[in-house]
Design a protein around this ligand. Structure first.
Ligand SMILES: Nc1ncnc2c1ncn2[C@@H]1O[C@H](COP(=O)(O)OP(=O)(O)OP(=O)(O)O)[C@@H](O)[C@H]1O
Ligand SMILES: [Mg+2]
Length: 537
């Protein structure tokens, strides 16, 4: 009876399996496959018999075979459900992913008699999952590529802005200098012609024309250096309130009657660390800008205040640092600035003024000077309402405020002494030496530190070392160091065209040292020499 039952169920199973859309197979207890439904033969294109036993393994993709067999062996040993994914070769040679599962058929006593397995084609699903993964990675790479492209484009834009600014700058300088040089060169050649023919008429006029042009050229380089933050600043603790109050007369003169001026300074204003002369010229620049923005008159105020900027107050994009500052704000009720003007206001040679009225160097000079002082500038402006430009200068920690520079008068009066001159530029050296001679000093002239050192080492009388800072190989500051090894306490006066690195007064100058900034006037030089020799510095 059992035998009949088994036969009946076996034939039922086979007809069921034959009707199923899946690939179905059976295996004996030892794991050798012994029957496949027609789907398997359709799929593989193989004829019955070929797949029997271990023949099926020929259908499995070589890369997947080891895994499939290992699992199968494991299931046979433990009697656990078999489940594996691998590729099977279709009749056209293409491999497709299948999910292969098999369950053991057990007797009532738990003995495994057979295995029934089914293969389900999951290739489309797999492909979809893979495609999704591909899309993700390609999306990532595309995002990365785009970002890189954008960065390159941005860099190019920055570069082209920079080139534009440099073009504007060099164009502006070339134009202004050409004009000034024309003035100087033609005046000199006219003077020479007069001298050659023994005529003296107009000599004075020509000389002062040349000197005016030269001074304007000097002022221009000065502003450029200020902008590039390379001017040599005489930074000290300055009573800013007093300085601005001292400018009142000048302000009233500059502004005329249609503009009302108010100056506000709290009595507790801190001292600021800055160069007094440069600050004065910066404020004057702002005031002139304000005046130009109020052609029909208006109100102008210069206000000062103590400001403590915390880390949250500073604007990182403009390189501001937290700390204590003295604020000097110039506010006008003028026409204001458009966004475009505001964005470009600090650019050198950017001006909205007609040719000949503005050089466009005012704000760039103010900006450079304030940055070099360790502060920053903020502008707020609204078209039709007005503009507020605020300078933030670092608070002076050392509260000793330098008194006003004494006026020595009696220009050119000699105090006597021997000056060692070190200057590599022959023209400047000639001028300095000629002037020293006129003033009655004795002098030794050299063109480099290498020439000067033997003189310093000798026992010749030297009262002052007058040296250029920007000398080749050993610079002026280093020379002074060497000089003081042989002659402690030797007076030193530096001449400098710009502040090499940090030629801020405090770090640069020791006692008995001072500096004059090129271009200097001979009167200015003479006064400095007398000051240094007298011992006050
Ligand atoms: N207070 C202000 N109100 C309105 N616009 C201003 C003000 N200050 C500056 N600007 C604008 O910024 C531009 C640049 O100013 P900047 O001082 O650098 O040059 P400038 O005044 O044109 O020439 P310069 O100062 O060299 O004579 C001005 O041309 C003007 O358009
Ligand atoms: Mg200006």
């Amino acid at each position: 009876v059992a035998e009949i039952k088994l036969r009946a169920s076996e034939s039922q199973f086979r007809s069921l399996a034959q009707a199923m859309p899946n690939q179905v197979w059976t295996a004996a207890a030892d794991g050798l496959l012994d029957w496949f439904n027609p789907r398997v033969y359709d799929f593989s294109g193989l004829s019955p018999g070929v797949l029997d036993g271990a023949g099926w393994t020929a259908l499995v993709h070589p890369d997947d075979l080891a895994g499939a067999v290992e699992r199968w062996t494991q299931s046979l040993a433990t009697g656990e459900l078999y489940e594996s994914e691998f590729r099977l070769r279709r009749n056209d040679g293409i491999y497709r992913w299948h999910l292969v599962r098999a369950v053991p058929i057990k007797t009532e006593t738990g003995e495994i008699t057979r295995w029934v397995g089914a293969n389900t084609d999951i290739d489309d699903q797999k492909a979809a999952v893979q495609a999704l993964a591909d899309v993700n990675t390609s999306l990532e790479t595309r995002v990365a590529e785009r970002t890189k492209e954008l960065m390159v484009a941005e860099e190019q834009l920055r570069q082209s802005h920079k080139m534009e600014a440099i073009g504007q700058l060099t164009g502006g300088i070339a134009h202004d200098f050409n004009n000034l040089m024309t003035g100087i060169i033609s005046a000199i050649s006219l003077v020479r012609r007069r001298l050659e023919t023994g005529k003296t008429q107009d000599l004075d006029k020509l000389m002062s024309a040349a000197s005016t042009s030269a001074q304007r050229a000097a002022a221009l380089t000065h502003r450029l250096l200020a902008f590039s933050r390379q001017q040599s600043l005489d930074v000290r603790a300055v009573d800013i309130g007093e300085l601005i109050q001292g400018m009142r007369f000048l302000l009233n003169q500059t502004l005329g009657e249609d503009i009302q001026v108010a100056v506000e300074c709290p009595p507790t204003l801190w001292a600021g660390m800055t160069d007094a002369n440069q600050l004065e010229s910066a404020v004057l620049n702002l005031v002139i800008n304000a005046r130009d923005a109020m052609p029909a008159g208006g109100q102008l105020s210069v206000t000062m205040a103590n400001r403590t900027l915390s880390a949250g107050d500073v604007r990182l994009e403009s390189e501001e640092e937290p700390g204590d500052y003295v604020e000097i704000a110039v506010t006008d009720t003028g026409e204001g600035m458009s966004e475009h003007t505001l964005a470009k206001a600090f650019d050198p040679f950017f001006t909205t003024k007609p040719i000949g009225q503005g050089t466009g160097l005012g704000l760039s000079m103010v900006y450079g000077f304030v940055q070099q002082s360790g502060g920053h500038v903020r502008i707020e402006s609204e078209v039709g309402k007005g503009t507020r430009v605020a300078l933030y200068l670092p608070r002076a920690v050392d509260s000793t405020i330098a008194g006003p520079v004494e006026d020595h008068g009696g220009r050119g009066a000699r105090t006597g002494g021997t000056v060692l001159v070190v200057e590599d530029d022959p023209t400047v050296r000639l001028m300095v030496v000629t002037a020293l001679n006129d003033w009655g000093y004795d002098m030794i002239q050299t063109s480099s530190a290498h020439e000067a050192i033997p003189v310093l080492r000798s026992n010749k009388q030297i009262d002052l070392l007058l040296t250029d800072v920007g000398l080749p190989s050993i610079n002026g500051r280093q020379l002074a160091e060497i000089a003081r090894q042989f002659r402690p306490g030797l007076r030193v006066l530096f001449m400098t065209g710009y502040a090499e690195k940090a030629a801020m007064r405090g770090q640069f100058l020791d006692a008995g040292m001072d500096l004059v900034t090129k271009p200097f006037t001979l009167d200015g030089l003479s006064e400095k020499i007398r000051e240094v020799l007298k011992g006050g510095s």
